[in-house]
Every structure is written in C-alpha cells, then in structure tokens.
Ligand binder design. Structure first.
Ligand code: K7E
Ligand code: CUA
Length: 664
C-alpha cells in the first residue's frame, strides 16, 4: 500500500500546482480585462465614438459575444441572385447562403454536383441557371413553423424550390408547365399540405402564342397548389393542381388560418386589364393599370377547389392539372371584393379573422373580416365582374380602415396585438393596433407610431410573424434603397436590412442595426426561433448522399479506392481525409468517359474538403460524411493538378493530385 501512496501524492501535488497555475492565469487575464474594460472605459470609448445612450442601448440589444448563439434565424430571399440567405438575429450575422436557382461554386452547386436539382428547373430543355427569388416560406405544423423545410419561388420563370433544413440544401425544383411567371408565393397552408404559388402577369396558358389585342379573351392568371409530401420532403407533382384566374395580375397572397383555414387570399393590381404599348400611343402599364378606382381581392375556397380537382374537374395543360375558369366559377371557388387601388399585400392576422390589404396609391390599410366575407357569400353576391365571377361589395366585407401613411405595402404581426405596415413612399414602418377581441380592443383600430427607416421599405419580417402565435420582440425592415447608409463601393448599392426593437408597447420602437445585403434584393424573409432548427453537424453516416438523405451504395470506403477501366469508361473511386486524397495519380486517356466518386470520410465537424479540377469546370464541396459522384469526358489531354479548395489543415496545400490525360 505504501509504495502506491507516493504516486498518488505526486498526482495530488501535480493537480494542485496545475489548478494554481490555471487560477493564476484566469485571475491575471481577468485583471487585464478589468484594467482595460472597466465601467469608465466603455463609457470613454462610447464618448470618443460619439455614441448616444440610445446607440448604447441598441448595441446592448444586438451585440452577441464570440461563441454566443443567436436567438432567431431569418431566412431572406436573395432576389435576382436566385438564392436564400440565413441570417442570425439579433446579431444580424450572415450565417449561410443557400444555393437554390443559381450555381454557387463555394457550395459545389452546379460545378460537377448539384446538376440533378438545377436540371429539374430547366424548362423544355432550356437551361435556366438563375432565378428571381421573392418569398421564402417555412413549413408549418398546426400553423407554427416546424423547422423542417423551406420553400422559395422564382418570379421570373414560375418555379418553386424545396430546401431541407437538416443540411440547408436545395432538394427539388418544380415548374408548372401551364405558366411562366409567379409572385404570390410561396406560402403554405397551416399543416403544409400545400405550398401555394400565385402567378402574376397574365399570359396565354400553356406557353401558347396570342396577340396582346386578344388580352381579355386569350390571357389568364394562375395560382398553383403544390401538394407537399412531408414524409419524403418532396412536392408530389401528380397530386398538385392549378386554378385558372382572370388576367388581373394577381399579386401577393396568404393562406387562411384558424377560422379561415382552407381559404386563400390574393390581391391583384390590373383589373383594368391594361395592355400597355406606350410606343404606340397607348397609356403605359403604370397608368393603365391604375386607371380604375379599385382592384380586386381574390377570395379562393381551397378546400372546395381540392374537392373539384379530386373529382376530376381539372383539365390537362402540358401535363399539368388545371381547373379552368368556367369550372372555377361554376363551383363557386372564387369570389372577388373591391380593394383600394394598386394593392401590394394581403396578409392574414394570426388568428385568421382578418385579411389586411395595403393599397400603394391609398394611405389606408383596409381590413377585411373573414366572418363578413362568409356572411356576404351566404347572402348571395348581387354583382359579377366581366367574366361572371361574383363580386362582394366593399362595405359588406370591410371591417375597418386605418390611415397609416403613403405607399403602404406589406403587413406583419406581433404578440401584443399590433400590426406593422411598411410605407414605401414615406420610408417608414407604421405600428397600428388591431381593434378586435384577442388583439387590442382597448385601443381600437388606430395608428400608434411610425418608425423612419432608410429607405424605401418593401417587406417587413417579424419574429415568428407568419405563424398563429407571433413572438414580437424583433422586426426587420427590408429596405430597397440604402443611399447614404454605408461607405460607397461604387454606383451599385446594397439593400439595407434594419433590425427594429418592437418589444415595448405604445409608441416606443427603435432601429437597432443596419445590415447591408450585398447579394441581390431580399424581397421577403421569415424569422424562426433558432431552437426549432435541428440542422446536422455532420452527415449522419459516412458515404451520405444528400439527395436521397441516406448512405449511397456507391460510396467509397478507405482501402477500396482505385481507378478501373472498362473500355473507354473509367471509374475513379476516391476518399478524402486530412490531408490527402486517395488515389493521388489518376492516369487516363484522351476520350475516356470518367465517372468519379469521392467520399469525405471525416467525422469531425467543419472538416469539409473541396475538389477542384482545372479546365474541366469541376468544383465540389464535400462535407464530412458526404459522397459525391460526377462524370465528364476527358476531351483535353495534358496534366491537370486537382486539389482541395478548403483550407482544411496545416498540410492543406499538399492535399492534391495529378490527373494525367494521355493523348490518343
Ligand atoms: Cu413586395 Cu415580391 Cu413581396 Cu418585393 S414583393 S417588396
Ligand atoms: Cu482538404 Cu484542404
């Protein structure tokens, strides 16, 4: 026993010494911190930088120390860049760009991998390698974001993409072959049964030709209901259908929820059916489409439309199920209600009781009551439009109007019974109270305050704002123009996302932070609580195929690498691990067809490797566990130094190899 006490004692002494050293280091570093960071010190810094108390409050509300996580993630579209951005809140740190409609070399999307997804978005064989992404929508369960899927529409080409939030990657792109643009989407029904994609500019259905002089008879509007299978995370093309609408240029839409679940609401802004032609002396679109006193809110009975579709009421247009307008009218699937001129938003309140519409050329928001709409429908509409669609009178469906300011566009909601409407022309955000039971009946329908923003605000996004129970706290103004907010980097300026504190009741609101977005215009965003997201840290198993979200039978394991030949077909099987790729010599012949699989066998978080092959336009990003297979023809002889594009280790530069293509 005695001999053993020595080592124990030594160990103990060692531990004491170690603890003392650690404590000394901690104490001395704290001493340094306090000498340089005492209370007077930050006040001095603030004074020297000219920061006011309000600035310091904003800093305290947004500053997020290194290693501390954000409370929310905002998914913002990236406009004509075709992608989606994930931004942490309240820090406003850009966390991730998600490649969707546009190739993205950093993610190896479209440069050897990702083609399967991009190709789904080609139309009639035409390569389309960009998109105009407008409105992202998070999947919902019982009207709450569930953190599983994200959807986004492409306004330019009328497409919808599905993103898997386990790895933040695009899995599917669909296109309704009956139409060629969209705007009123994406948004989802409260249990993500449908992803709704509203159209925008009237077109002849099915991509047909028709002269513009036949606009009224030959052009149509469209809304598409994509059936989503949340088990497999894919849109079910055959169970999806569309409705033909009048060519009124439907704009933004929203899905009913709560008492209005099963209904969909879209505004429209060209009920005049203006056809433009300024060059021939006609009123330009901007004038022609604003001539009338009102436009039409479209009130769509989705439950009834689904029934009509399931009972065979759709016709086939280019292989897609479309309910024709006559059938829509005959089955009472669509009602119209007047709305103030040139509207640009139709937003359903959290409980589903009201639809808020902002008319760009009217200083009011108009609030429609779902109950009044139902009563008016039951009473039997007495008017129709030129196509015979029933029109409910404005007075019969209007609950209230609130004068908010110039150019009201979009409205979002918080947890205090307030609504927020963006004022494009006034460059401000109006906070107003919803004067109904469950909101702020004590305040009535009133404007509370206006927060100036810089400048020309489009959409607003609120924390959990499109759910049945918004969180409040934070609002983001997505401003189109930044003008003088940032250092000049030339004539092309960023958009300005401004974080606004909406946590206090009454007229206190504060702009907290300006974030320049240097990609393209984020039209809309949705903000989800970070603890609802459960993204993988690494792929679950080595050899993972992110398209199938399972182990790829073709994946390469260590020890089985090599190059094999069958006639002109060469198969390369490669693994990647810090800091080498195996094999390192790929000897092939000019004219060979090469099928190359590379598996990243790492299990360490962030141990991503790249694979770049010069001339052959190949660049992959192979995340830990991922396996990728790509193909090319060895059309050019020579020696090609392939290498890893991620600085993965101290010997990263050595992580390379030679592909030698012998001339025939
Ligand atoms: Cu107003 Cu596409 Cu929603 Cu832009 S849209 S702002
Ligand atoms: Cu792997 Cu650098």
């Amino acid at each position: 026993m005695i001999p053993q006490r020595y080592p124990l004692k030594l160990l103990f002494t060692g531990a004491v010494i170690l603890t003392t050293i650690v404590l000394a280091v901690v104490i001395s570093s704290r001493a340094v911190t306090s000498a340089q960071g005492g209370a007077s010190d930050w006040q001095t810094i603030a004074a020297e930088r000219g920061l006011t108390d309000a600035d310091m409050r904003a800093a305290a509300m947004t500053y997020t120390p290194s290693g501390v996580m954000d409370e929310y993630v905002m998914f913002a579209s990236a406009g004509q860049g075709g992608q989606v951005l994930a931004i942490g809140m309240p820090s406003m740190r850009l966390l991730r760009l998600i490649a969707v409609f546009t190739p993205e070399s950093w993610q190896g999307y479209g440069y050897g991998a990702g083609h399967e997804v991009l190709e789904q978005g080609f139309i009639d064989g035409q390569e389309i390698l960009w998109g105009d992404s407008h409105h992202p929508a998070l999947s919902e369960t019982n009207g709450e974001y569930d953190g599983n899927w994200l959807f986004i529409g492409d306004k330019a080409n009328g497409r919808v993409a599905v993103i898997d939030l386990r790895d933040f990657e695009t899995k599917q792109i669909v296109h309704n072959p009956a139409f060629l643009n969209d705007h009123g989407g994406t948004f989802v029904t409260p249990n993500t049964e449908y992803i709704v994609e509203g159209g925008q500019y009237g077109l002849p259905l099915g991509g047909e030709y028709a002269p513009i002089s036949d606009y009224e008879s030959a052009y149509s509007g469209m809304i598409t209901f994509w059936r989503f299978n949340s088990e497999i995370g894919r849109i079910d093309y055959d169970q999806s259908f569309a409705m033909e609408l009048p060519p009124y240029w439907q704009d933004l839409c929203d899905a009913g929820k709560g008492i209005s679940e099963g209904w969909v609401f879209c505004n429209s802004f060209n009920t005049e059916m203006a056809t433009g032609g300024i060059e021939s002396g006609n009123p330009p679109f901007e004038a022609g489409a604003s001539r009338g006193a009102v436009d039409y809110l479209h009130i769509i009975n989705l439950d009834a439309a689904e029934e009509v579709f399931l009972n065979g009421g759709a016709v086939d247009i280019n292989g897609f199920n479309v309910i024709p307008l006559e059938t829509v009218i005959a089955n009472n699937l669509l009602y119209l209600a007047p709305e103030p001129r040139s509207p640009h938003g139709a937003d359903v309140t959290p409980g589903g009781e009201f639809v808020v519409v902002g008319g760009k050329l009217d200083p009011h928001v108009s609030i429609y009551s779902f109950q009044r709409i139902q009563d008016a429908i039951a009473a039997g509409p007495t008017e129709t439009d030129v196509f015979g669609i029933p029109v409910l009178s404005f007075e019969s469906v209007l609950e209230a109007q609130v004068e908010v300011g110039l150019g009201p566009l979009h409205t979002v909601f918080d947890n205090q019974g307030y609504a927020y409407t963006s004022l494009f022309l006034d460059s401000a955000v109006a906070r107003w109270s919803i004067g109904a039971e469950g909101y702020r009946p004590q305040d009535g329908w009133t404007l509370i305050n206006r927060t100036p923003v810089q400048y020309n605000v489009g959409h607003l996004a609120a924390a959990e704002g499109d759910t049945a129970s918004p969180d409040g706290r934070y609002l983001v103004a997505l401003n189109k123009w930044s003008v003088d907010r940032f250092l000049s980097t030339g004539p092309l300026l960023p958009q300005n996302l401004q974080l606004i504190d909406i946590s206090q009741p009454g007229d206190f609101t504060q702009v907290l932070y300006d974030m320049p977005i240097t990609g393209a215009e984020p039209h809309y965003a949705q903000i989800i609580r970070a603890d609802k997201l459960h993204a993988w840290e690494v792929y679950p198993e080595v050899g993972w195929n992110p398209l199938t979200q399972s182990v790829d039978p073709n994946a390469v394991t260590q020890g089985t690498e090599g190059v094999t030949r069958d006639g002109n077909n060469v198969t390369v099987r490669m693994t990647a691990v810090r800091s080498h790729m195996t094999p390192e010599h790929i000897e092939i012949q000019e004219g060979d067809h090469v099928t190359w699989t590379i598996t990243n066998v790492e299990r360490a978080r962030d141990a991503t490797h790249g694979l770049a092959i010069p001339f052959y336009n190949i660049n992959l990003s192979i995340e830990p566990g991922e396996s990728i297979t790509f193909e090319f023809d060895a059309i050019r002889p020579g020696v090609f130094s392939f290498y890893c594009t991620e600085f993965c280790s101290a010997l990263h530069l050595e992580m390379m190899g030679y592909m030698m293509v012998q001339p025939r």
